[in-house]
Design a protein around this ligand. Structure first.
Ligand SMILES: O=P(O)(O)OC[C@H]1O[C@H](OP(=O)(O)OP(=O)(O)O)[C@H](O)[C@@H]1O
Ligand SMILES: Nc1nc2[nH]cnc2c(=O)[nH]1
Ligand SMILES: [Mg+2]
Length: 166
């Protein structure tokens, strides 16, 4: 069987992701610059889209845009590239904008995104120590040598019982 590049796996179900993204929304609620309100959400595609939708729903934010940064091919990192920018008339310098991603690992993706919107508030659901300094808010920290598996990358499958029957 193929070996994973990381020994530890943190497997996140849809239910867990929903709860954690909601917890992130509750943490951010009332902390925007305009009487506590946020003016827009920018999801970092693709992984930030589901958490961003949940946060936007909880905080009643209707302006939702995306920035696309590609930095991984499966589990191998390469130079991050912005493939698609948000509407800069909407986001401006980032004031009042919530940038949402599923996780921060090395922080390289967020470095690129922050350069686009320096005044935005950056939030991720999960964070690893190396990239934690790039996020303003997050919910759960995992160790650097843990690989996070998201529900959209998994499927239910049969598991052998601990004790075989033969
Ligand atoms: O902090 P970093 O080391 O830069 O890594 C974090 C980024 O890596 C993953 O995205 P990926 O580039 O794999 O694209 P995807 O969201 O489309 O899966 C993840 O969703 C984060 O956006
Ligand atoms: N799914 C997933 N993508 C990543 N990109 C960088 N780190 C990770 C991780 O732990 N899990
Ligand atoms: Mg991503």
């Amino acid at each position: 069987m193929d070996k994973l590049p990381h020994e530890k796996g943190f497997h996140v179900s849809w239910d867990q992701l929903h709860r954690d993204a909601r917890a992130l929304a509750w943490r951010l609620d009332g902390h925007g610059p305009d009487d506590g309100a946020w003016k827009a959400v920018v999801a970092i595609t693709r992984g930030g889209m589901a958490p961003a939708m949940i946060v936007a729903r909880e905080l009643d934010i209707r302006h939702v845009d995306t920035i696309s940064v590609k930095s991984y091919n499966h589990q191998t990192q390469s130079e991050p590239k912005v493939i698609k920018s948000p509407d800069m008339d909407l986001v401006g310098d980032g004031t009042g904008v919530l940038i949402i991603d599923d996780l921060v690992d090395t922080g390289r993706t967020l470095e690129v995104v922050r350069a686009h919107m320096p005044k935005a508030h950056v939030a991720t659901v999960y964070a690893k120590p190396q990239g934690r300094g790039q996020v303003d808010s997050f919910i759960t920290e995992v160790s650097q040598d843990t690989w996070i598996f998201f529900p959209w990358d998994m499927a239910l499958q049969y598991v052998q019982p601990y004790r075989g029957t033969d």
